[in-house]
Design a protein around this ligand. Structure first.
Ligand code: 5GP
Ligand code: MG
Length: 195
């Protein structure tokens, strides 16, 4: 889909830093990622895609339309950054209780792997439902050398540094999700001194 140009988001410009991953790079990477997933799931009967809301919304929408597999889409709401906190706070998972994952192939899609707390908790919950198989896929794999034992995702779009990013679904205080690119936030917005 075509999006407005970055300069049409002028109203947000003072709050946004530079573009870290452009919409063009995202599009190209999604093609490759989809090809990898299609190859791995070829011949499987039916896939359950479990999307972690809200941050994965754009990623999920763009990825699943590139996956010509028989699938059902389910959603789970997770929040680990309540309000404007940018360090993981208490994790909240709102799990659907009518979901039957027993014997199913489950692919969890999330926006970003940071501490891994969210994805590990969700993956453990899915495993407790006796699926046939569970894999995880994130758009962004954040580098966390301080957490050597962090879980790893089975698939990811991009590796990024430890910086805080917004756009393409990712928010700060529920804003900026509609930016078509993954961007750095102007440090002033987070009340930090610009580096
Ligand atoms: P984790 O549980 O892996 O520490 O954090 C995962 C969640 O934290 C993500 O799903 C996302 O909502 C949020 N998060 C982690 N890093 C960032 C970031 O750089 N930017 C934004 N907007 N959210 C992040
Ligand atoms: Mg999230």
């Amino acid at each position: 889909m075509d999006c407005p140009n970055a300069n049409q988001f002028d109203a947000l410009a003072p709050e946004i830093g530079r573009v870290l991953i452009s919409r063009k790079e995202i599009r190209a990477r999604l093609e490759a990622l989809a090809a990898e997933i299609i190859r791995d799931y070829a011949g499987r009967q039916e896939l359950i895609v479990l999307a972690v809301l809200t941050g994965s919304l754009l990623f999920v929408a763009d990825l699943i339309r590139r996956l010509p597999l028989r699938m059902r889409l389910e959603m789970v709401r997770a929040s680990s950054y309540p309000g404007k906190a940018t360090r993981a706070g208490a994790l909240r998972l709102d799990l659907p209780d009518s979901l039957n994952l027993s014997g199913r192939d489950v692919l969890i899609l999330d926006d970003i792997l940071d501490s891994g707390q969210t994805l590990a908790a969700l993956r453990d919950w899915v495993r407790s439902q006796a699926p046939s198989n569970v894999r995880t896929c994130v758009l962004l794999n954040k580098s966390r050398p301080d957490l050597p034992d962090r879980m790893s995702a089975d698939y990811w779009g991009f590796e990024i540094g430890p910086e805080f990013v917004v756009g393409y679904g990712l928010d700060y205080g529920d804003l900026y999700r509609n930016l078509p690119d993954v961007c750095l936030l102007n440090p002033r917005v987070r009340g930090e001194r610009p580096s």
